[in-house]
Design a protein around this ligand. Structure first.
Ligand code: UD1
Length: 420
């Protein structure tokens, strides 16, 4: 297991390029199951979650090859329609194969994902949705067994907005007979990217980008090529890194519309942001003001930036309340930030963060992807040396984060191969 050793206190300067969006890639890859042929997904990030999804799709007979950032998927040999526990337990997004397998092959056996590091994350909306489309569903031996000779369109009203359930039902509905309407659909950019991809494959979808999707099922889709959108969470993580360390950094290949809520917050706390086409330059102030943030659905502040914002607020002037309305228990980073000297109290689904003058280096443990990111950010400003253990979590969602930080002047190194 690798660890990161970070010697804090370096301001960040320079330019880096943001990679393609993990959560978009994890939706586009299984969507390829919906048609026979060869797809190319450009700007696919080289991450552990992408490798995990590739491994799962290979077990079904798909040929998957990532060269640089070009992912080629050949679906002509797909014969198996199962997502085994061994894969799903590594990554919840494996549930995304449910809709496409069922729609194209009339059957799917997909392991139930179980909980995650920050609590239960049910898939009831996915299951209810495919039932509405006419699938027979049985839950046994830890698996979802679903079948349908052909799905039929239906009206689906989600009680809560779910990225995954919207993606899954959308992928199921594009090959269903008749019209499906999804009300209260998620409008996260990764879902809009998925809808665009499906339209390129020949799907008929109205309302793309809105929370009411109307899908006219078609008999067949075809393979296509597409470029994946930039990763708004990687973008946000680097913006917060600069806000914390000080300095001025340009991020290339970003989509400003995808992180407006974060940009506004960064301006509130004193950062200057300049946008130029697909670039953003952030210049950090001498000291950061405190500002509350509430994680909610898009276009609100993203839950996947909540941990990083909590880290930033830990060195702000004043007190900030960071609330998560999506995942009530997503605060595993807090005890680790406290080990670095932060003053944070968790009350129900909110962290009350009282800014301190300085953090100090210590050994801390990654518990999940975004929590790990927050610990690295804290390590970049902590006095002395911080060791972030179990960095395999960070490798799930960031491509070579340490190399990008090094390029900006950070003192961070990966130490490999020991048991930590
Ligand atoms: C996706 C993202 C994840 C992000 C999250 C919220 C991917 C691969 N992952 O996860 O990074 O943090 O969106 O933006 O894109 N829920 C139910 N029943 C369900 C499904 C969801 O109750 O069947 C609840 C969840 O527990 C949560 C809320 O709905 O409270 C939103 O979750 P959802 O949008 O589904 O998250 P994911 O798609 O799992």
């Amino acid at each position: 297991m690798d660890k990161f050793v970070i010697r804090g206190g370096k301001k960040l300067h320079g330019t880096i390029t943001i990679d393609g969006a993990k959560n978009a890639s994890l939706a586009l890859m299984p969507a390829a199951l919906l048609a026979s042929g060869t797809f190319q997904l450009r700007n696919t990030p080289n991450l552990r979650d992408v490798s995990t999804m590739s491994a799962l799709l290979r077990t079904m007979g798909m040929v998957v090859d990532l060269e640089g950032h070009v992912l080629t998927l050949d679906t002509t040999g797909v014969r198996k329609h199962e997502a085994p526990y061994e894969h799903v337990k590594k990554m919840r997004a494996s549930i995304y194969v449910l809709g496409p397998l069922l729609a194209r092959y009339g059957q799917a056996k997909v392991s139930l994902p179980g909980g995650c590091a920050w609590g239960p994350r049910p898939v009831d909306l996915h299951i209810e949705g495919i039932k509405k489309l006419g699938a027979e569903v049985e839950l046994r031996e830890g698996y979802i067994f679903a079948k349908a000779s052909r799905l039929t369109g239906a009206r689906i009203q989600f009680d809560i907005s779910s990225v995954g359930a919207t993606g899954n039902i959308l992928m199921a509905a594009v090959l269903a007979k008749g019209t499906t309407v999804i009300e209260n659909a998620a409008i996260e950019p990764e879902i809009t990217a998925l809808a665009h991809f499906l339209v390129c494959m020949g799907a008929k979808i109205d309302g793309v980008g809105t929370n009411r999707l109307e899908i006219q099922g078609v008999d067949e889709l075809h393979a296509t090529d597409i470029e994946t959108i930039p990763d708004r969470i990687e973008t946000g993580t680097f913006l917060v890194a600069v806000a914390m360390t000080g300095g001025s950094v340009t991020l290339r290949h970003v989509e400003p519309e995808h992180f407006r809520a974060l940009s506004a917050k960064l301006e509130d706390v004193g950062c200057r942001l300049e946008f130029n086409n697909s670039c953003v330059t952030i210049t950090a102030p001498e000291s950061i003001r405190a500002a509350d943030a509430t994680a909610t659905i898009f276009p609100g502040f993203p839950t996947d930036m909540q941990a990083q914002w909590t880290a930033l607020m830990s060195i702000a002037q004043g007190t900030a309340v960071v609330t998560d309305t999506i995942y009530f228990d997503r605060f595993k980073h807090v005890p680790e930030l406290i080990r670095l000297g932060a003053n944070i109290e968790v009350k129900e689904n909110a962290a009350v963060v009282r800014g301190v003058k300085r953090l100090t280096g210590a050994k801390v443990m990654s518990t999940d992807l975004r929590a790990s990111a927050s610990l690295i950010l804290a390590g970049l400003v902590a006095e002395g040396t911080t060791e972030v253990l179990r960095v395999y979590h960070i490798d799930r969602g960031y491509e070579a984060i340490e190399r990008k930080l090094q390029a900006l002047g950070a003192d961070i190194e990966r130490v490999a191969g020991e048991e930590f």
